[in-house]
Design a protein around this ligand. Structure first.
Ligand code: 13P
Ligand code: SF4
Length: 358
């Protein structure tokens, strides 16, 4: 049974605010100067970069070269938790910075741009979410990582795309029923894999929602040997054509492990940098969106991830601006659902990076 939760607005950025490219327009000299300055500041501040795969290659390269880390949202949290650095510079979106702060309240958490958020987070305001939970007190509250600290503070469990199915199965075995928020597509996917009783909040990702099933089928027909890799924030109509459905890390691993040369990839195109690095001999093709002329405003690249630039990174490190702060009261409550996930993964020795063959 699904009850529709109270939401939905259009959270897409106006076209003039959507960055055109993944790479910042810099000439080679400027790029080198900024890169060297960022590395110098990271060392001076005992800081490391924790970056998501969707951010600019410039940032990922510095993270890798300067003791930092590039990964999916769960592993970013885990790396930050284990890091000895005094400052974590989270290159990603706001909920990732908040998660780092919740797990490491004693550390300074900086971000290149505090306006970098996520349509799933925006689409799940804490007051409305609390009211929804209050109306269903008998249900276990499971929230996706892509939520604010305040929403996590209300949750029993946090999950990520790489862990959602396993956590719901584990709790379902104990007879639990769920409130799920905020991503309706991921929620529907989890439900299709588990048959769990879930009340699903109706949020969505502006990037993954744009992938188009009919055009994907046409592309797949034109590339009969290609494997289709899909992030589960995509609609079920797209997931139906997937060879593998999984987190960003699972998608990269599938590109390396599968015995295929061509891949059609339905997730943010920022991931292509790491995919190409991990599997240099393989060919990666973007899954179709509606294109700029139609409804697509994000066109397979998250406008908020794109706000993380090299210039802003250097500025944040130089000035200490864009620090993440979370109320201590929220930190105390939000830590529990996150820790549960980290402990569950550890205890089960569970393969969070395993993708689900569709
Ligand atoms: P992953 O945890 O799979 O990296 O997903 C995060 C995200 O925001 C995808 O859009
Ligand atoms: Fe949020 Fe989608 Fe951007 Fe991921 S790609 S951060 S889910 S808006």
């Amino acid at each position: 049974m699904n009850t529709i939760a109270p939401v939905i607005e259009d959270f897409r950025l106006p076209p003039e605010r959507v960055p055109e490219t993944i790479c910042e327009a810099l000439d080679d000299e400027e790029r080198l100067l900024l890169t060297n300055r960022a590395k110098e500041l990271l060392e001076q501040e005992n800081a490391v970069i924790v970056a998501h795969y969707y951010t600019a290659p410039d940032l990922q390269l510095i993270a890798d070269a300067a003791g930092g880390y590039v990964s999916d949202s769960l592993d970013m949290a885990r790396f930050g938790n284990e890091s000895r650095a005094d400052t974590l510079v989270v290159c990603g979106v706001r909920f990732m910075g908040e998660t780092a702060k919740i797990l490491n309240p004693e550390k300074r958490i900086l971000m290149p741009d505090l306006e970098a958020t996520c349509s799933l987070d925006l689409g799940c305001p804490p007051e409305q979410f609390n009211a929804f939970c209050d109306a269903h007190p008998d249900r276990t509250v499971v929230v996706y990582a892509n939520t604010s600290a305040a929403v996590k503070a209300r949750a029993d469990w946090m999950v990520t795309s790489g862990s959602a199915v396993e956590v719901i199965r584990h709790l379902q075995d104990k007879g639990e029923k769920f409130i799920w928020a905020p991503d309706k597509y991921l929620g529907e996917y989890v439900q299709s894999q588990t048959d769990a009783d879930m009340l699903i909040w109706q949020g969505s990702c502006v990037v993954h929602e744009e992938f188009k099933a009919k055009e994907l089928l046409e592309l797949k027909t034109a590339h009969p040997e290609a494997k289709v890799l899909v992030h589960p924030e995509s609609p079920a109509s797209v997931i139906q054509y997937a060879d593998v459905v999984g987190s960003t890390t699972a998608i990269i691993n599938a590109a390396v492990d599968l015995n295929a040369r061509e891949f059609i990839v339905a997730t943010d195109k920022g991931i292509f940098h790491k995919m190409q690095e991990a599997a240099p001999d393989k060919l990666f093709i973007e899954a179709p969106t509606a294109g700029k002329s139609a409804t697509c405003k994000s066109c397979a690249h998250c406008p908020w991830m794109a706000m993380n630039t090299l210039k802003k990174l250097v500025n944040s490190l130089e000035t200490g601006s864009n620090e993440i702060h979370v109320d201590m009261d929220i930190i105390e409550r939000a830590r529990r659902p996150i820790q549960r996930l980290l402990e569950f993964a550890e205890l089960q020795k569970w393969q969070i990076y395993g993708a689900n063959d569709a």
